[in-house]
Design a protein around this ligand. Structure first.
Ligand SMILES: Nc1ncnc2c1ncn2[C@@H]1O[C@H](COP(=O)(O)OP(=O)(O)OP(=O)(O)O)[C@@H](O)[C@H]1O
Ligand SMILES: N[C@@H](CCO)C(=O)O
Length: 322
């Protein structure tokens, strides 16, 4: 569950006086998510999401994230719109934490993934990339290849407790991926811009079978568009047994291409990018696995799910996976 910081009733009422969104009616912690404290906030006017930022979010970067969400929402993407207070500020402080209120999106995320959903997600991701072109401020990817090397070092001492040989397997794959990474050495750069970087099923809402919104932009950054597609293929195109589902991946990539055609160099790099994406999630999950006590409130995610994806994509780095 994710409510790390409590919000007393009187503090909330005082906080909301700074906004023009009505008086509080109810405010309940939301159990989902692991990064921030989220509350479903009902006021006399409407329903909102109140987020208190915790842990991994750097407060200095919040204006960039909120600015991106505001830009995308105002330009037609269905994503949470940060609500400004009476003085025009979207970022405030509550219970000693940076805090923001955003609009509530209808729908919910689906635990069952199918080919049609993958196609919708591919199309929405391409639209996000195109819309983001108008948001010019850049944010480097703090979870990019440099961070993987640092995370691997931080996990080296205890990683093999999760599975013997795990650290060597990641290190060997990383040693193949880094020299092949776009924009390094002699490898061509790829089209780049604002990417979501965490478009997992729990961050995409559906309503009556139609994609109704995208949430959680707190890993968004400026990086290769095709890397975002590779992350999204990792997150959606494997079944519950961890087997790659080619029909899902083809549907997602084709729908993406339909909105934003991929250049040849992006096509050629996709398997390398997908291997790198799998390394990223194996490592962040492994780091959390090692560093989160088993009795913590947060549910730890299994790094081995992404190790299997890493091995799959690494085996396709030369011939591609589609
Ligand atoms: N704008 C929104 N509209 C409706 N529900 C939302 C909205 N934002 C968040 N939620 C709800 O809150 C839950 C947690 O949000 P979110 O995924 O952003 O949490 P987190 O802890 O920041 O991220 P993570 O998924 O990285 O753990 C979502 O699954 C959803 O139920
Ligand atoms: N989507 C990430 C968690 C945090 O964003 C994962 O599944 O590892």
């Amino acid at each position: 569950m994710a409510v790390y910081t409590e919000v007393p009733e009187d503090a909330l009422a005082a906080f909301l006086e700074g906004y023009d969104i009505g008086r509080p009616v109810a405010c309940h912690g939301i159990a989902e998510g692991v990064e921030n404290s989220n509350f479903l906030l009902k006021t006399t006017q409407a329903t909102f999401i109140l987020t208190l930022y915790e842990r991994r979010v750097n407060p200095d970067e919040l204006p960039w994230f909120l600015g991106l969400m505001q830009y995308l929402a105002q330009h037609g993407l269905s994503c949470p719109l940060p609500v400004a207070d009476r003085q025009g500020r979207t970022l405030r402080t509550l219970s000693g934490r940076p805090a923001a209120i955003t609009t509530f999106l209808p729908g919910g995320w689906s635990r069952q993934v199918d080919v049609d959903m993958c196609a919708q997600v591919g199309g929405a991701l391409a639209r996000l990339h195109l819309l983001g072109e108008g948001y010019v401020a850049e944010r480097p990817n703090s979870m990019g290849p440099q961070a993987w090397t640092d995370l691997l070092r931080a996990c080296r001492a205890r990683g093999d407790e999760v599975r013997p040989g795990l650290i060597r397997a990641i290190a060997d794959t990383l040693a193949r991926v880094l020299p092949a990474w776009p924009g390094t050495g002699g490898n061509p750069s790829l089209p780049r811009g604002q990417i979501h970087a965490d478009l997992f099923p729990d961050n995409v809402f559906f309503r009556d079978g139609k994609l109704s919104g995208i949430i959680d932009f707190y890993f968004a950054c400026t990086d290769w568009y095709a890397y975002d597609l590779a992350i999204t293929v990792n997150a959606w195109c494997f079944d519950d047994m961890g087997r790659f589902v080619p029909t899902r991946a083809r549907a997602m990539v084709e729908a993406y291409r339909h909105v934003r055609p991929l250049e040849d160099a992006e096509d050629a790099a996709l398997a390398t990018l997908a291997t790198g994406a799998a390394i990223r999630f194996t490592l962040t999950r492994l780091y959390d696995w090692i560093n989160t006590p088993p009795d913590a409130l947060v549910t730890r995610k299994d790094p081995l799910d992404y190790l299997a994806r890493m091995e799959f994509f690494a085996s396709r780095m030369d011939e591609g996976f589609l």
